[in-house]
Design a protein around this ligand. Structure first.
Ligand code: MN
Length: 231
């Protein structure tokens, strides 16, 4: 079988300790999953988790030790950073019980859920989909994936983001409203999870805008940090 044109290449993320790469299938994202961030976005309390998606080719691979260019996207005047723990699914499944969910995880990475906040807010006000605010080109930077066995303390890790070396976001993974296991279980009730799926688990408080020239530095204890410069 041949195609009428060459299919797009598969987005793929480096894996710590391996020369093989992790092929990306889908990108799921969790909304408002840290209490203080939910509050800064005008919400309170523990609501059921909700999800949105980004296209797989929105991934921007950030190799270890490099500062990668992040193009400033079109249409927006308010590009926001959201530092997030990314869960990389290695074994798929449907209706996965919470108690078995972590067995489906291949590894973890540091990611950014870049957001055209002005467009997202317009869509919210009009009750329209968030795609244009969340699912644009280059909206999903991610660092190398560390296999689970190498990060046994991930659930108590610190997560932080600096912009131009100034601290903007800082929290702990233990502060997630919906844990990694609960998120996987809930997602798998709505979609069949597949090997290669990435889950951006939500951002702590302190989201804010970046402009051309800004350098973003994201880190989570035990994972490879990421650095990007907005162009
Ligand atoms: Mn987010």
């Amino acid at each position: 079988m041949t195609y009428v044109f060459n299919p797009a290449p598969t987005a793929a993320v480096p894996v710590v300790g391996s020369t093989d790469r992790f092929p990306v299938h889908r990108i799921y994202c969790v909304g408002r999953n840290y209490a203080e961030h939910a509050q800064e976005m005008g919400h309170t309390g523990r609501e059921p988790p909700f999800f949105f998606m980004k296209p797989a080719d929105a991934v921007v691979v950030v190799d270890a030790g490099l500062t990668v260019t992040l193009p400033y996207p079109s249409l927006t005047r308010n590009l926001h950073h959201e530092i997030e723990l990314v869960v990389a699914i290695g074994t798929g499944g449907q209706a996965i019980p919470v108690g078995q969910a972590l067995g489906h995880v291949f590894g973890y990475a540091v990611g950014l859920d870049m957001t055209r906040r002005d467009l997202q807010n317009e869509m919210k006000q009009q009750g329209r989909p968030w795609c244009i605010g969340k699912g644009f080109d280059h909206s999903a930077p991610i660092g190398p994936i560390t296999p689970t066995a190498a990060v046994p303390a991930i659930m108590t890790a610190d997560i932080s983001l600096k912009v131009n070396n100034k601290l903007r976001q800082q929290s702990q993974i233990s502060q997630l409203i919906w844990s990694v296991a609960e998120t996987i279980a809930q997602l798998s009730n709505a979609w069949t999870l597949q090997p290669g799926d990435l889950i951006y688990t939500g951002t702590p408080a302190g989201v804010g805008s970046v402009v051309s020239g800004d350098v973003l530095s994201g880190s989570i204890t035990g994972l490879t940090p990421i650095a990007l410069q907005v162009r």
